[in-house]
Design a protein around this ligand. Structure first.
Ligand code: C2O
Length: 537
């Protein structure tokens, strides 16, 4: 195995999109940022130097960080932020992982422009479990705001209301021509007729699950969140913020032609509206410059059946080489409600603010990092009394209207797990305010989604239908709006692990919590000591 070195200079860069220019925070002046390429079991060292006025931290989304929580990155969870002018060296090993993941800033709303791909190749000589593609391409989906992104969320937090949606989506940094700016070009993916390509699709958007479609072409899904799946064909991919999806694309419409690549939001919540899209072009070699592009209609914003059909098609590959190790015996069974609420706020526009919570707790960020407090046994930073079930009077009913309990409690509460315990976690969306989409991400682990459904989880009936053979395994799950997802994982990674909605607005509102996993007794079962350059608060 190798040691791979990267240097990330966090710098401002003037960037033009939608026919106007603004300075954005970037890594090495690039939007999207640089790609990290490594091989399974390599060690990666990334020196991050902060040249901007904001505090910074970077998360390596989906990297297991076995015993190296100090390199995970969420600010105030596993580290204090890297202050202006400071440096931190992230140091981790890609133990038993291969596939597409990504990295992003994990503080404020900086990840809007501070993100990039991580490509982990299989060990030398180990092939993909599908025919080798002719070429591979990274496809990063994101958003663009004309105004300053930090100002967007700061204003929303002052008013207590929802923030503005973005002005455009982007594909590899470009929206493609839109009515407000017809002159701008979009990303072009060159292909040769008859060849097969692998697209590594990443949803880096702050606030939207997205549909991805290419006119006239089917896509074969082979991997999600750096875990191989049973291949299946689809004409539309659903991808939530945080998720990654590898698809095979065969250029079988040649010899020449241009085909539209379309990205559009999926939101089946009654309260959210967004119709900004992004486009790119699939360009067969030898196509005349003035050739017309074959168009496609993206699914409507509320295309729940398209989304559900995609989610239901995902299965772990579960082959001899890549078995699905679903925990069968459960040590801890947890039931968490996730949803929005309303808390009093004397300075806000309506005298109240929108909040979000898990089991009715709106998480309050600490002033020092939880992992340090855990490792050094500092009291007063967090409590470990996170409720394993929602309060009984709390109306989580997905089918009925909430009654009086709109309000959440606040606190920095963690849930404690013993080393190697097996956990079943049912996430139930609520109707407090309204049903909403929630892509929930767990740091430090992959989990199996053993079941999902709409309406309320039925603890007597639903577990009988769980898939314990080949459920999809991943690190970020889109819980159906007004429905539930049942997850299983093994707590084999000691440390403090953040879990939150990957819609940045919901995280900011408090839809987050953390697990603290105690050390085991064995020689390789404890959290390693912190590196000497760990940032201070
Ligand atoms: Cu990709 Cu805690 O996030």
């Amino acid at each position: 195995c190798m040691v791979r070195h990267y240097k990330f200079n966090v710098v401002l860069k003037n960037t033009s999109r939608l026919c106007s220019t603004k300075p954005i925070v970037t890594v090495n002046g690039k939007f999207p940022g640089p790609t990290i390429v490594a091989r399974e079991d390599d060690t990666v060292l990334i020196k991050v130097v902060n040249h901007v006025k904001y505090n910074v931290s970077i998360h390596w989304h989906g990297i297991r960080q076995l015993r190296t929580g100090w390199a995970d990155g969420p600010a105030y969870i596993t580290q204090c932020p890297i202050q202006p002018g400071q440096i931190y060296m992230y140091n981790f090993t890609l133990t038993g992982q291969r596939g597409t993941l990504w990295w992003h800033a994990h503080i404020l709303w900086l990840r809007a422009t501070v993100h990039g791909a991580i490509v982990i190749l299989p060990k030398r000589g180990v092939p993909y479990p599908f025919p080798k593609p002719h070429k591979e391409a990274i496809v990063i989906l994101s958003e663009w705001w004309k105004s300053d992104v930090e100002a967007v969320i700061n204003e929303a937090m002052k008013s207590g209301l929802a923030p503005n949606v973005s002005d455009a989506h982007t594909i590899n940094g470009y929206p493609g021509p839109v009515s407000s700016c017809l002159s701008q070009g979009g990303f072009t993916l060159p292909v040769e007729a008859g060849k097969t390509y692998m697209l590594r699709i990443i949803n880096a958007a702050l606030n939207e699950e997205l549909f991805f479609k290419i006119a006239g072409h089917q896509l074969t899904v082979v991997e999600v969140d750096a875990l191989y799946t049973k291949p299946f064909k689809t004409d539309t991919v659903l991808i939530a913020p945080g998720q990654t999806t590898n698809v095979l694309l065969t250029a079988n419409r040649g010899p020449a032609g241009k085909y539209l690549v379309a990205v559009s939001p999926f939101m089946d919540s009654p309260i959210a509206v967004d119709n900004v899209t992004a486009t790119a072009t699939l360009h067969y070699s030898g196509t005349l410059d003035n050739a017309a592009t074959t168009l496609t209609n993206p699914p409507p914003q509320n295309a729940t059946p398209v989304a559900a059909n995609f989610a239901d098609s995902l299965r772990s590959l579960n082959s001899k080489l890549y078995p699905a190790k679903v925990p069968l015996k459960i040590d801890r069974s947890l039931f968490f409600t996730i949803g929005l609420g309303v808390n009093p706020c004397s300075t806000c526009v309506n005298g109240s603010r929108v909040v979000a919570g898990i089991n009715n707790v709106t998480f309050v960020m600490p002033k020092v990092s939880l992992l340090q407090a855990h490792f050094f046994n500092t009291s007063g930073v967090f409590t470990d009394d996170f409720p394993g079930n929602p309060p009984t009077q709390y109306n989580y009913t997905a089918a009925s209207q909430p009654s009086t309990n709109f309000q959440t409690e606040t606190g920095t509460k963690l849930y404690r797990l013993s080393y190697n315990s097996t956990v079943q976690l049912v996430l139930q969306d609520t109707t407090v305010i309204a049903a909403e989409n929630h892509p929930v991400h767990l740091h430090g682990f992959n989990f199996f989604e053993v079941g999902r459904g709409v309406g309320n989880f039925n603890p007597k009936k639903d577990p009988k239908k769980f898939n314990l053979v080949d459920p999809v395994e991943r690190n970020t799950i889109s819980v159906p709006s007004g429905g539930w997802s049942a997850l299983r994982f093994q707590a084999d990674n000691p440390g403090v692990w953040f879990m939150h909605c990957h819609l940045e607005v919901h995280t900011t509102w408090g839809l987050k919590m953390a697990f603290v996993v105690d050390n085991g007794k064995g020689p390789n079962e404890s959290l390693l000591p912190p590196p000497t350059d760990l940032p201070k608060c």
